[in-house]
Each structure stands twice: as structure tokens, then as C-alpha cells.
Design a binder for this molecule. Structure first.
Ligand SMILES: [Zn+2]
Length: 388
């Protein structure tokens, strides 16, 4: 642990980043998803080989559930989805069935139920061999940063932050892996955001890349427990840590409107994410700044917010107070400092002073609005005008 801390201190100059192995608790870490190795990047070093705060397996992932449970959950999920009536898709309208089998829209979160639904959804995709496999996705993350699709129009009527809309557009986005030691698949879960009603979604580049051999599937699940394989990776920008993906299937999808302009400092910022398999955690803060970092590989620009997030929050949406998507969680960069403390003496030793590093401030870096919009075809000024 101390070795890791020391390395963090070394790495802090520009983008102090590290990723922990899955079972490692990540109290001090930097980025926000699924890494698989302890990986430290020092200033000026190659740019972050693996972004991401790992989903620390504090609760369920390390404790595989018995297969019986998984089956029950999967049945339950099927039942829940069975409630769906294609004519009542606009959940929330009077007289329609409100589709909320996992309790998420009411903010009644059962972590294990959601985790089990995720595993069941991924297992279904594996069984039916739907969508791109892991190797194909690894190829796809080398795609150009821009797709040739138009950015979905950001026509929002709402003038306030609607939790329900934000929750419906928010995805669990991650992998199932086979530990090789038991019969179960395990989830490694980050986030994503739906941005069009035909299944386009955004997540972090680092959520898609560098999967280990034990990774069996990369996919998304929505708030109802519906699983979606990845049909296509349309744009991938490693420096900005964003990827545009088309999900396979017909939805229904509930897109979040993408903000047209970059938010100014002090704009309210909400994050709805899944740190450490704690699902749908809503936090609030403000936009702190846009910061440009210079590294050997080039410059990168980030949207910093004060809304808390942590390991597993990667790829989740950052929203303004009208529910518009202004960014995606990407990483944290703790600023460390040493505190002198008396170390508990070992037997036969004298007490001595030692310096305990602690995170004095945590910078919370997100994919910028601009980088999100740059996943789409270059906009001409006329279409911009039409949106305003
Ligand atoms: Zn296992």
C-alpha cells in the first residue's frame, strides 16, 4: 500500500493516475473504472495506458452469488420486462404503466438485485452471441474520434433537473469476467449515457479498451434491467476519453439531451453513477473549471466538477440543472500531502515519526461537452442556429 502511495505522489505532477487491481480497495485512486493491473503513470510518461478507477469489489463482485440466486433474478427480470407494453413506452405519462422493475426511478436501490440483473443480462448476451465480441471491440476502439453522424438535437422542454429522465438515460456499462475459480461470472461495472432514441450511447474510451483475457462480454444495461450488446463503435477518442457506441436492439431508449455549449464555472453539475457497485448514486456540485493538461503525447482538456464520484463512476453522465448532458465522469486526480504521525511501534521498537500521505484535495475530471460533441460530424453554423 505504501508503495502505491509513493507511486501516486510521484505521479501527481500532471495527471497522477493509477489503476488498482480489482480486489484492491481504492480509497486513494485516480480514475474511474475497470482496470486490471496496478498501473502508474508518471508525469510526461506515456498517456495513461489504462484509465479508470476500478470498481472496487467491496461488496458483491468478490462474493459470487450462488447460481440458484442468479437464476431467480433472471426470471424476475424476465417477468419485469414482460410487463412492458409497446404502447406504453412513454413511462411517466398518465394512464401508462410505469416501468420500474428495479425500483430505480423511485430511488429505491437494491444493490444486489441490480448487480444480479447485470450479470443475468450479460450472460444472456453471451449465450445468444449477440453484438460485437470483446476482441472486435478492442479493434474498434482505434476508430477515428469523429463519426459521420449528426449530433442529436438538444431540444429540451424541461426547465428543471428531472431525476427520472436522467435515470432512464443512464446505463450500467461494463463487463462480465470469468475468475476461473468458480462457476459464476462476475460484473465489473461502470456507466454510460444514452443520447439518441435509436440506441446511440456514450461512455469512456477506457471503459471499452484493454480488456483482459478473462473478460467474456462488454455490454450495457438500462434502468429496467434490459441488456444491450454493442453493435458498433462509431467514434473513439483516447485523449478525450470518450467513445460513441451504438447499442444493439430497439430499446426503448430514453436519450439525454446533449448540451449545446460548454458550461461556465459555477453551473450546477449533477452526477448519477455507480461507484463500487453502489448503483445510481446521485451527487451534486458545480462546474469548477475547464483545465488543459500538457503531456508528452499532447494536450488534453477536462471539465472539472465538484460533484463527488469514485471507482466505477467512469462513463456516467454529468448533467446540468436542466438535465442536459454536459460531460462524462472520467478520472480523479488527488493532490496529496504528508502528515507527520507517530507510527505505532512494533514490539521492541521505539515510537517514531512518519509521514502519512493523505489526499488534501481531489480534482474530479470529466469528458468535456466539446469532446462529446466532437464524436459527431462537424456542425455547420446554420444547424447550430436552428437549435437555438
Ligand atoms: Zn468466480
Amino acid at each position: 500500500m505504501l508503495r502505491i502511495l509513493y507511486a501516486v505522489l510521484l505521479g501527481l505532477g500532471t495527471l497522477g493516475m493509477l489503476c488498482f487491481d480489482r480486489p484492491t480497495p481504492c480509497l486513494l485512486t485516480s480514475q474511474v473504472l475497470l482496470p486490471t493491473k496496478v498501473l502508474i503513470t508518471t508525469p510526461g510518461d506515456r498517456l495513461v495506458p489504462s484509465f479508470g478507477v476500478p470498481t472496487a469489489a467491496r461488496s458483491n463482485p468478490v462474493a459470487p452469488s450462488p447460481s440458484v440466486l442468479a437464476t431467480q433474478e433472471s426470471d424476475q427480470r424476465t417477468d419485469a420486462v414482460g410487463l412492458l407494453d409497446p404502447n406504453t413506452r412513454s413511462a411517466g405519462q398518465p394512464g401508462t404503466v410505469r416501468e420500474d422493475p428495479l425500483g430505480i426511478l423511485q430511488g429505491q436501490i437494491d444493490n444486489k438485485k441490480i448487480y444480479d440483473a447485470f450479470v443475468a443480462a450479460g450472460q444472456g448476451i453471451i449465450n445468444e452471441k449477440r453484438g460485437l465480441d470483446v476482441a472486435a471491440i478492442q479493434q474498434s476502439v482505434r476508430r477515428p474520434a469523429r463519426s459521420n453522424l449528426l449530433c442529436p438535437a438538444s431540444s429540451v422542454g424541461d426547465d428543471s433537473f428531472g431525476f427520472e429522465n436522467v435515470a432512464k438515460s443512464s446505463l450500467l456499462f461494463g463487463t462480465l469476467y470469468d475468475c476461473g475459480k468458480c462457476e459464476e461470472m462476475h460484473g465489473n461495472i461502470a456507466g454510460g449515457v444514452v443520447v439518441s432514441d435509436d440506441g446511440l450511447c456514450l461512455t469512456n474510451h477506457h471503459v471499452l479498451e484493454r480488456r483482459d483475457e478473462d473478460t467474456r462480454v462488454i455490454f450495457a444495461m438500462d434502468y429496467t434491467g434490459r441488456g444491450y450488446a454493442i453493435q458498433e463503435v462509431l467514434a473513439a477518442n483516447r485523449m478525450a476519453d470518450v467513445a460513441l457506441v451504438r447499442l444493439q436492439g430497439t430499446g426503448p431508449f430514453y436519450p439525454a439531451p446533449i448540451a449545446t455549449n460548454s458550461p461556465l464555472p459555477n453551473t450546477p453539475a449533477f452526477v448519477l453513477s455507480h461507484p463500487s457497485s453502489e448503483f445510481f448514486v446521485l451527487t451534486q456540485g458545480v462546474v469548477s473549471r475547464h483545465v488543459t493538461l500538457t503531456q508528452r503525447r499532447g494536450k488534453s482538456t477536462w471539465l472539472e466538477v465538484t460533484a463527488p464520484f469514485g471507482a466505477g463512476s467512469s462513463g456516467s453522465g454529468v448533467f446540468d440543472d436542466r438535465g442536459r448532458l454536459i460531460g462524462l465522469v472520467s478520472r480523479i486526480s488527488p493532490i496529496f500531502r504528508g502528515a507527520e504521525q507517530i507510527a505505532p511501534p512494533a514490539e521492541g521498537e521505539e515510537p517514531r515519526l512518519r509521514s502519512i500521505p493523505y489526499a488534501e484535495l481531489i480534482l474530479r475530471r470529466c469528458v468535456t461537452t466539446k469532446a462529446i460533441r466532437e464524436c459527431f460530424r462537424e456542425e455547420d453554423l446554420d444547424s447550430n442556429k436552428a437549435e437555438q
